[in-house]
Ligand binder design. Structure first.
Ligand code: PBG
Length: 334
């Protein structure tokens, strides 16, 4: 009989999990308020806030109320807000002209928040869907989205929002070549400090429905966005998109949606040396809240678990409608 080898000893991974104190000691990743970006919807009316039927707990804010939301975010330790306007219907047209109005809703909010709460980072949304009568992110002609014509408008939109006070521009449109064109135009105007967070791997997803309600584009959207947003069957293509965006000057990249795309986040973060964000989108939020309303899931636990999963998969930060709630949770529980 040979002597027992240490290799014969039963391995017992459960020892590290035997109590909360040891689970804390071995915990590999940790969420903090530094990881949170709060997407905030804007409306042009007088009422401070409006509710959004498909997103329980999420509001649209007037410009004035958005300033208060920014103060709240600052108090909670949230580093940045991402602003999305619900443009009044009569201002929407075929080419999204209102996007270039220096006094449009998002520009008014950018200026007001920068003025009152300069410490908060502000991310401006670059895309035409909140401004077009057809709900697409670019110019639609004979049933096609025209790439280069759209990019020319997105460049102008970027300059307008940078002038209004956006610290970061978030092109969410998925047109080819827009990052390079926007970067060149910003630099030419002396705005080399304005950053770009590219929505690099943005998939044509069914999870954006509630967002389209929130910005008022769901009733107007004609067709789908499959000729510009990515096919959810593809992963290698996400690397191409992200590499192009980085080469064109993106400071940060993003994967969107979140939970069904953790593999994409992991792949990009493991391959590319650039800050990488993930967007837990409106449909993901709505699924958790709807299940919670029916008593099928605990929303607070689902929030903590899903956001922690993004961190574990490599996210440097998360855009989430849970941002203020998660920040409060962290303040209460650490
Ligand atoms: C469009 C845009 C969308 C979202 C952010 N920017 C929707 C779309 O592509 O139709 C979705 C965000 C969410 O669902 O929370 N530029």
């Amino acid at each position: 009989m040979r002597a027992p080898s240490p290799l014969d000893l039963p391995r017992r991974p459960r020892r590290n999990r035997k109590a909360e104190w040891t689970r804390r000691l071995v915990r590999e990743t940790r969420l903090s308020t530094d990881d949170l970006i709060w997407p905030v919807f804007l409306h042009a009316g007088e009422a401070p806030t409006e509710t959004i039927a498909s997103m329980p707990g999420v509001l649209r804010y007037s410009v004035k109320a958005a300033v208060e939301a920014a103060r709240e975010a600052k108090a909670l330790g949230i580093p940045a807000l991402a602003l999305f306007p619900n443009t009044p219907g009569h201002l929407r047209d075929e080419r999204g002209t209102e996007a270039l109005n220096p006094d449009n809703l998002i520009c008014r909010a950018l200026r007001a928040i920068k003025d009152a709460v300069p410490e908060i980072g502000l991310i401006g949304d670059i895309a035409l869907d909140p401004y077009t009568s057809h709900g697409h992110d670019g110019v639609l002609k004979d049933g096609r989205i025209l790439n280069d014509e759209s990019v020319a408008i997105l460049v102008e939109q970027s300059l307008v929002q940078a002038a209004a006070g956006a610290d970061i521009l978030g092109p969410s449109d998925m047109m080819d070549g827009r990052i390079g064109a926007i970067r060149a135009a910003l630099d030419a105007e002396g705005r080399e400090e304005c950053s770009i967070m590219a929505y690099s791997a943005k998939y044509a997803s069914c999870h954006y429905g509630p967002f389209r309600d929130a910005v008022g584009s769901s009733s107007t959207l004609s067709g789908d966005k499959k000729t510009y947003q990515m096919d959810f069957a593809n992963a290698a293509e996400a690397l191409i998109e992200a590499e192009l965006d980085i080469a064109e000057g993106a400071d940060m990249i993003m994967v969107k949606p979140g939970m069904p795309y953790l593999d994409i986040l992991y792949r990009l973060k493991s391959t590319l040396a650039v800050p990488t964000y993930i967007y837990q989108v409106s449909g993901e939020y709505a699924m958790i809240m709807a299940a919670a309303e029916r008593g099928m899931i605990d929303a607070e636990k689902a929030m903590v678990e899903t956001l922690s999963a993004f961190k574990r998969a490599g996210a440097d930060g998360i855009l989430t409608y849970f941002a203020p709630r998660m920040a409060r949770h962290l303040a209460d529980h650490g």
